[in-house]
Ligand binder design. Sequence first.
Ligand code: ADP
Length: 234
Amino acid sequence: MLAVSHVTKNYGKVTACDDVTFTLGDGEVTILLGPNGAGKSTIMKSIIGFLKYQGVISVDGIDNKTPEARRILGFVPEMPSLYPNLTVYEHMEFLARAYKLKGYKDRINELLDTFELTDKRKKFGDELSKGMQQKLNLCMGLLPQPKVLMLDEPMIGLDPAAIKALKDIIMRMHEEGRTLLISTHIIDSVDMLWDRTLIMQKGALKIDITKQQLDERGESLEDLFFEITGGQGE
Ligand code: ADP
């Protein structure tokens, strides 16, 4: 279980996350919705331990900043940060070695194949188009197969084939019982299997609702989103 308790993050005078509390059950797929600037990236970066914040975050009862928690948690950032001097394959191999993964070659080949990067395996990071960089970023996040994976705006910049491949992977990870937190500001991209939705606006968590609760209200996610946010961002 991932537990986020009273997390507040200020950037100077801007409160990017304001007393955010939620828990995600094991194996749940949760969609984190919110307009631009709502605090979605900030809460994910806090969970993965990239930021200092007030509050407590734990995964399986372990503080998120411990090495044990880091083995459970994975994160695909919105912006890829690639090494200009490493090839596509070397990025994957470097990560596999850092995580001490066993028998990783087949999995690397499978991921590169899924995201149509096989013929780009010898290209350097800075030779890739933006879309290809996004795909490599995803492949790197998916390689270690963490128990809890967070994807920050994963559909952005992907072509339709890659979006389909990603959705299939998300379904498979759900079947495997992994816990997923997926942020997006595009409600249309959420026509996939999900168990829970969190809606944030201006740093605050406005609603935490399960699929079943939404169905009982007889509303669409889009209706709920506009009812809660009025469509307004920062
Ligand atoms: P979202 O992911 O929902 O678009 P963010 O978490 O990126 O929102 O941003 C939340 C708020 O924090 C915004 O007002 C944004 O401008 C601000 N913010 C994010 N990162 C920084 C930063 N590094 N320095 C200053 N302000 C930031």
